[in-house]
Ligand binder design. Sequence first.
Ligand SMILES: [Fe+2]
Ligand SMILES: [Fe+2]
Length: 275
Amino acid sequence: MQFDLDVDRRKFFASLGGAAAVAAMAHEARAEALEDYMAKQLDDPEQQDAAPEKFPTVAELEAQNSSRATRRGVGDVFTGRAGKVSKLEPMPAKPTLQDFFRLRFSTVNHVLQSANRAMKTGMTEEIVLACLLHDVSQSLIKVDHGWWGAQLFEPYVPEKVTFAIRYHQALRFYPDHQAGYEYPDLYKRMFGVDYEPPEHIQAAYKFARNHKWYMEPRLVTVNDLYAFEPGVTVELEKFTDIIGRHFKQPKEGLGHDNSPVAHMWRSMIIPDTPL
Ligand SMILES: [Fe+2]
Ligand SMILES: [Fe+2]
């Protein structure tokens, strides 16, 4: 079951102590608070308000950039909530994909929910795996996360999976009613109501739209849930077999296998290293 909630901006701001308090929050903290607010609304539908949300414009969002401590595209492992980073747990000597899920990846709940939906609706194992991995590169870097994510996983998963991860980034800006994907309100909120994808996104969309594997990234967007199923917690163990069958864990551990992308994994292992 999927839920869509309208978020009343005024009520949401009030719940956090007013517009000034919200403006002072780091982007990440605000996103988390919004997530939390939406989850609470699900528990108490009475709180839902019919008043339509007023989405920011591109210019309004750009005007906020000069007051940010970090760029919006920076990876989660390099930024902290409420202006401070936390002490990171050291990683095992030979880290596996599961260790990164446990100790470094952000967006974990979101990708678990997406993969769970793909599994429940009987999609292929490649799609389930692509859903499970589609956003976790945001721990390293957020801007162009589809390309970064595909590159990060390229040595370890089938090509169809990286195709799905790479192109979901472009496809999410283009509705496909037949496939069951509509433009999400979240993007009006994040990118601006009048946002137009840049040329490289338009070109990637055109390429993927005409590709024989179009449905791979499209189904990632179809499973890309922006709301939560109440009371449902998805454990990573649910996907152990699929990971085992399709993800080639290097015996030296991710980051230590001398692959062309080992440094990307290492950057998440030791993000406190100054140079
Ligand atoms: Fe994504
Ligand atoms: Fe996503």
